[in-house]
Design a protein around this ligand. Sequence first.
Ligand code: BTN
Length: 255
Amino acid sequence: MEKLDWGRAAPVCFEPCLDSTNRRLKELAAGGAPDGTVLIAGRQTGGRGRLGRSFASPEGGLYLSVLRRPGCPPERTATLPAIAGLAVCRAVRELSGAEPGLKWPNDVILNGRKLCGILLESVAGPEGLRIVAGIGVNVNLRREDFPEELRDTACSLLTETGRETEILLLARRLTEELDGLYAAWLNGEKAWLEEYRRLCLSPGREILVIRGEERRPAWALSLGEDGALLVRYRDGSLEALRSGEVSVRGLMGYV
Ligand code: BTN
């Protein structure tokens, strides 16, 4: 495993190929890896997505996981996925000039298609909560690098800007944004919420709420303080959706 010297207190490690940076980092966490450890892979053979899905991870993408030991009760961490999404939006904007938004809770969207997926996994260890935040950004993938079934809903920085982006430069910028936003979040600062509301594309759209096999059309209304998405179903009933339980999909297009 190569160590990258980015002048951070916690280590940044790179492996050309791993099954899953999330899985491997959870293992390192159990072995005592410090808070803030970052693990990056050039490609993944068993990339994991939300809700038990897989995540296509060919060469040309950025696959990064960061370990956090927040020392707070689990219910406080519901807003962390939003923080990770914001960090990706900032880093992508700074490095490529592209202006991504977020599909609730934390898919990063560019021109109506998915640029990046985020998976947070938490494990309660004897020393407290460990959180592994995994981020997969489609950086230099061409359309044909995506599995057939994703070609209409996924995009990459290359397909949208026509330019290649230096993957480790993006990784470093992303890590800096994650570190800064996380420190503010840990401090109880709420400034991120306004930025999240500005970037989140879901409110005001007609969506499908997906829970297992069930699909229910609804209007996405607004975002709560805790990052929950408030929706109204066609029968008039309201629900605050929490990110661990459901996913949403636009009724008119992906977002
Ligand atoms: C999703 O869109 O469903 C979430 C995808 C998360 C993918 C990233 S890539 C780095 C990290 N390692 C994994 O196995 N998954 C996450």
